[in-house]
Structures are given as C-alpha cells and as structure tokens.
Design a binder for this molecule. Sequence first.
Ligand SMILES: C[S@@+](CC[C@H](N)C(=O)[O-])C[C@H]1O[C@@H](n2cnc3c(N)ncnc32)[C@H](O)[C@@H]1O
Length: 218
Amino acid sequence: MQEKFTALTATLYDYLIAHNPPPDTALRELAAETAALGPISIMQIAVEQGAFLTFVARLLGARRAVEVGTFTGYSAISIARGLSADGRLLCCDLNEEWAGIARRYFARAGVAERITLRIAPAIETLRALPPTSEIDLAFIDADKTGYRAYYDELLPRLRPGGVIGFDNVLWNGAVADPANTTEDTVALRALNDFLVHDERVDIVMLPIADGLTLARKR
Ligand SMILES: C[S@@+](CC[C@H](N)C(=O)[O-])C[C@H]1O[C@@H](n2cnc3c(N)ncnc32)[C@H](O)[C@@H]1O
C-alpha cells in the first residue's frame, strides 16, 4: 500500500527546489558566503523555507513581524520581502559577526530600511516590546531551550489571526526518540506537547526541512 507521505530523496529534494520560487542573486550569494563559514552554516534555513516564509507573510498581509534568531539573515530577508510596503521586521540575535553579514545582505536585498536588528538576548528584546497586540508574524529559530519563553512573550503581543512559526520542531527526528534526552530535545518535545493542547491557538506541524510548526492566535 502506498504511504500517505513521500520521503524526500536527494533527487526529489532537487525537484522540490526546482518547483519553488528560486532564490535571487542576493539570497544565493548570502547562502554561499554563509556556507564558507563552515559547518555552522547548517543553521541557515532551507531554500524552500525561505519561499514559505515570504508566502506566509504575504498571506497574512503582515506589517509587523519579529524574528528570534537571525544568524546571517536568510530568513529575515525572506520575511521582509513578504511584508506590506510599510512593513517592519524586528530581528533578535546575539552575535555581532553574523549580524554584520546579515546587515550587508539586507542592503543588497533592498530590505535594509524595513529591518531593525537588535543585538541582545532575545528575551530582553521581546520583554521590552509594547504589550499591545500588533504583531502579525513571528518566526522563532534561536536557542531551542528558549522557545517556550519566546512564545510566552510573543503570544500576548500577537494580533488575533497572527501567526508564530517555530523552526526545527522535528529536531532531526530526535523528538520522537524517547532515548534522546538532550536538553534541546527535551525542550522541543515539551514545546510540541504543549502547543498541540494550547487552546489559545490553532496549530499545524509541517514536515518542511527540520519541521516547522505554525501557531495562529485565536
Ligand atoms: C539557527 S540560527 C538562525 C538561522 C536564521 N534564521 C537563518 O535563516 O539563517 C540561530 C541564531 O540564534 C541566535 N541566538 C541563540 N541564542 C540566542 C539568544 N538567547 N538571543 C538571541 N539570539 C540567539 C544565534 O546567535 C544564531 O544566530
């Protein structure tokens, strides 16, 4: 019997990429410069996730967005491109070196005026935001043990109908392996268990890249 899911092979993944909007020169060059940083480049979101984030931002007609975990800027550019003309994205990260790369590519991608990149522990940046419900879209892709605290700060500030995305919710399969009890795995597993029962949101967990959950505020 045919399975209801299609496992991605390398060939099929190439096909998927070929049938998504292609990254432009700025994003391709950013991916190349990030790859040159070495194994840490694995932190960058996948190409199809970039297309997906732009799509979701447009779908929501997003004006106010927040990103937790910017690294060299691929997801930030992808979100910023989907915002309405007067849209603004607040980015949170800790690392000045990666932020320097991100800022260069924000300019190259033509979205620098839309983005504020704050270098500080994300929890401090989020707690300093006004308590009003005006955020349309948030994307969380930083330290995994911090996801729950970021959610707790972001949800009250999200407008009804607004969406929070959580990256890496499958954690390379580790969340479904009870023998895996690393701190990150335990944190993501607890978050997944919590979100599926959280009455304040509608959620969907998608098998994009390393797993992406979207939570829509009711
Ligand atoms: C997986 S990477 C983000 C990848 C990025 N979304 C992209 O598309 O390239 C995680 C980022 O979170 C940042 N980070 C980790 N802990 C953080 C914290 N407590 N506050 C703010 N940023 C943090 C790291 O410096 C790193 O750049």
